[in-house]
Design a protein around this ligand. Structure first.
Ligand code: D54
Ligand code: ZN
Length: 278
């Protein structure tokens, strides 16, 4: 069963007027994981789709839906999957890909049959991002050992973290999609600080491995007009191309970043120094 939600894009001047409820209605996504369901949100930010598949006691097939007006999901799209749960497999046109926690799979345009399954009595949790694609690139798994790792931040600034680039153009050929996992080290809470924007690309964050009872305060908005949304574990939030996307937790945590837009240049960011934020 595939459930689909829809979000329009917001103008930055409009967002300045949003209160708590409007901020959450427009940018915070509905629960990503529901037992035996595929849940997706079709957004008007670069027509990016964000969602999750949680196969419990049956396999789940990725189906096309109204907004796509396509014969099958990947007719004009590409797909990125990162498992944030126990062991699972994704079968793409009969080819089986085993994904352990924090492993990724890129699925290229025109693949027709995509099926998610949990294995070994474990509960897989497949986080999904998808963007329009105009070229067919090969499907490819990116295991933990294939990741491109960058150590960022400093304990002194409580932002020491390990960034794992998974679906990026130095590892996998994609049309638009870029995805990876950033892990905050214990005692460190700030992600993406200093902040940045990238008008060339939208972005979505998905928070996980956050201790029960804790929260991440996610910051968004134009750098000089910021707002915040308190996030729970396993929630995702949209970042328009004009918005910063940073967070500070009451504990450490991990998150998946995913983006699409004008270019595939991960380093193309317009930095904002901490003391320039308002
Ligand atoms: O455009 C890139 C993204 O915002 C993230 O990769 C940033 C991030 O994971 C971090 O600094 O911790
Ligand atoms: Zn970014």
């Amino acid at each position: 069963m595939t459930k689909v939600d829809f979000r329009y894009a917001t103008h930055p001047i409009d967002a300045r007027k949003y209160g708590t409820d409007e901020l959450r209605d427009h940018f915070l996504l509905n629960p990503i994981f529901k037992e035996n369901e595929i849940r997706l949100t079709y957004t008007m930010y670069d027509r990016y789709i964000v969602g999750g598949a949680m196969p419990v006691d049956k396999s789940l097939k990725l189906e096309t839906f109204d907004h796509l007006k396509a014969n099958y999901f990947l007719e004009r799209r590409e797909l990125g999957i990162i498992n944030v749960g126990g062991k699972g497999v994704v079968t793409v046109d009969g080819n089986v890909y085993e994904l352990s926690k924090k492993e990724a799979l890129y699925v290229g345009k025109e693949c027709k049959d995509i099926v998610f399954e949990s294995t070994d009595g474990e509960q897989a949790l497949f986080y999904i991002n998808s963007a329009p694609a105009h070229h067919k690139y090969p499907t490819q798994k990116v295991g933990r050992e294939d990741a491109e790792i960058i150590e960022l931040g400093d304990q002194k600034y409580a932002n020491k973290r390990i960034l794992n680039k998974l679906i990026v153009n130095s590892i996998v050929k994609t049309c638009q999609l870029q995805m990876g996992v950033t892990e905050l080290q214990e005692g460190n809470v700030w992600n993406t600080m200093p902040s940045h924007t990238h008008t060339r690309r939208m972005e979505a964050y998905f928070y996980f491995d956050l201790e029960e009872g804790q929260t991440v305060c996610h910051f968004l908005g134009e750098p000089q007009h910021t707002r915040h949304i308190f996030m729970e574990n396993h929630q995702a939030v949209l970042s328009p191309e004009w918005s910063i996307h940073s967070g500070s937790g009451t504990a450490n945590y991990s998150f998946i970043w995913g983006m699409a837009g004008e270019n595939l240049d991960y380093g193309d960011m317009d930095g904002v120094a901490p003391n320039e934020l308002k």
